[in-house]
Design a protein around this ligand. Structure first.
Ligand code: UD1
Length: 429
């Protein structure tokens, strides 16, 4: 199993290109199931989760082709992926594929909308809480589906097709919003989704569906209206930049010191996280090329942060923030409100010498004690990259084990960091 070795203490200086967002690419790829014509996505990140979703979609009958560099491109950024679901040959998404990635459960919306039936295994994914699917199921029922759960599978059917309806989610869910929005595009009549997630990836999906011929208003707000149509058509769409990757490298620069241009990053996608970062003492400026982050000589200040749905501070940056404030002079408080079990990085950061106390959903970080390199274990996608940030600042060698978690969501992590001066390498075996 691959491991990552980091020798800490080097500042980061240079440019890091920001990839397309994993959390946008996945629902966009799933949207290809809605049409018998080709959906061409550009700026698709080369990640293990994207590769797995290609396999899952392929099992439903989706053909995909990856094309090369285009005239005028200096460096090819991300993959250009053409997905064609001319014929859906199988409406079952099996356990061995779906259990590896929660987002693959979202195929239930398009399959049901287009084929009027779907049999999808209950999901798996990162072990960061129970993550139920009740919002999805009640939402699909509001659109006229009949749902049974049988042998670990959700069996959904709507023999006459889905019909528009009013869906009010009891809590905010990104995945349920994506799924119901996709399903509603092929339902008869109007669907109103209330208490919808406002994450930028929802808006990106709505923009793509609109290019495919859907009529959607309000994506990016908490009320989305979708007018159903009979058929969606071919379209091209570029995946928006990854705000979590952006925040991760921004926090890494603040932790290690130095100055880095996050090329292609958009500040409007993570304003709250950038506000928190500037409270710690880092300097941030938005340029035409991206976001520039620097910290030179000044110490880090502690912060008090609560994770919230967008536009609040994202749960997907909570672990990285915790690694950063282990270096702050004083006491920081970080409260997790989205997932109940998202503190698995705490015990690993403690192995590096961090002083963190947990009380329910709040972690109190007594910063300022220098970290020392150690063996640590990646437990989930975002937790694992927090250990990399900690390793960049720790004295001596840090070994991060189980890095397959990182490969699910961070494209060329070691290359991007070592190009800016970090002493980091992947060791195979
Ligand atoms: C997405 C992101 C993930 C991010 C999360 C929250 C992708 C691929 N993943 O995950 O990186 O951490 O949003 O921003 O985009 N819930 C229910 N019932 C449901 C659905 C959700 O109770 O039917 C709860 C969950 O347990 C959780 C909360 O709602 O406590 C938010 O989860 P949700 O927004 O659905 O997360 P994902 O879409 O899986």
């Amino acid at each position: 199993m691959d491991r990552i070795r980091i020798t800490g203490g080097r500042p980061l200086n240079g440019t890091i290109p920001i990839s397309g967002a994993k959390n946008a690419a996945l629902p966009l790829m799933i949207a290809s199931l809605l049409s018998d014509q080709t959906l061409t996505l550009s700026n698709v990140p080369n990640l293990a989760d994207v590769a797995l979703l290609k396999r899952i979609l392929g099992n439903h009958g989706v053909d995909y082709a990856v094309s090369g560099k285009r005239r005028g491109e200096v460096v090819q950024s991300g993959e250009r992926l053409a997905l064609t679901a001319a014929e859906i040959v199988d409406t079952t998404a099996p356990y061995d594929l779906v259990s590896r990635m929660r987002a693959s459960f979202w195929v239930i919306g398009p399959l049901l909308a287009r084929m009027h039936e779907a049999r999808v295994s209950l999901p798996g994914g990162c072990a960061i809480g129970t993550r139920p699917v009740d919002f999805f199921l009640s939402g699909l029922e509001q659109l006229g589906a009949t749902i049974d759960v049988d042998g670990g599978y959700v069996v959904a059917s709507a023999p006459g097709g889905l019909a528009g309806g009013r869906v009010e989610f009891p809590g905010i869910s990104v995945g349920a919003t994506h799924t119901i929005m996709m399903a509603a595009t092929l339902a008869k009549g109007e669907t109103m989704i209330e208490n919808a997630a406002r994450e930028p990836e929802v808006r990106d999906l709505a923009d793509c569906l609109t290019k495919m011929g859907a009529t959607i208003d309000g994506a990016g707000t908490d009320t989305i209206r979708v007018q159903g149509t009979d058929r969606l058509v071919a379209a091209e769409h570029a995946v928006l930049p990854d705000r979590i990757e952006t925040g991760t490298y921004a926090f890494a620069v603040a932790a290690a010191g130095g100055e880095v241009l996050l090329q292609g990053a958009r500040g409007d996608l993570l304003q709250k996280a950038l506000d928190v970062l500037s409270q710690t003492g880092a300097e941030i400026s938005q340029t035409n090329d991206g976001i520039r982050v620097s910290r030179r000589g000044t110490g880090l200040a502690p912060v008090d942060v609560v994770t919230e749905p967008f536009p609040g501070f994202p749960t997907d940056l909570q672990a990285q923030l915790m690694a950063l404030v282990t270096g702050a002079g004083g006491c920081s408080r970080i409260t997790e409100t989205i997932f109940e079990n998202r503190f698995m990085h705490v015990s690993e950061l403690a192995r590096l010498g961090a002083d963190i106390r947990l009380d329910g959903q709040t972690a109190t970080v007594h910063g300022g004690t220098p970290l020392k390199g150690a063996q640590v274990m990646a437990t989930d996608l975002r937790a694992s990259v927090s250990l990399v940030i900690a390793g960049l600042t720790a004295e001596g060698e840090t070994w991060v084990n189980r890095v397959y978690h990182l490969d699910r969501g961070f494209e060329q992590l070691e290359q991007k960091l070592s190009a800016c001066g970090a002493d980091i390498e992947r060791v195979s075996g």
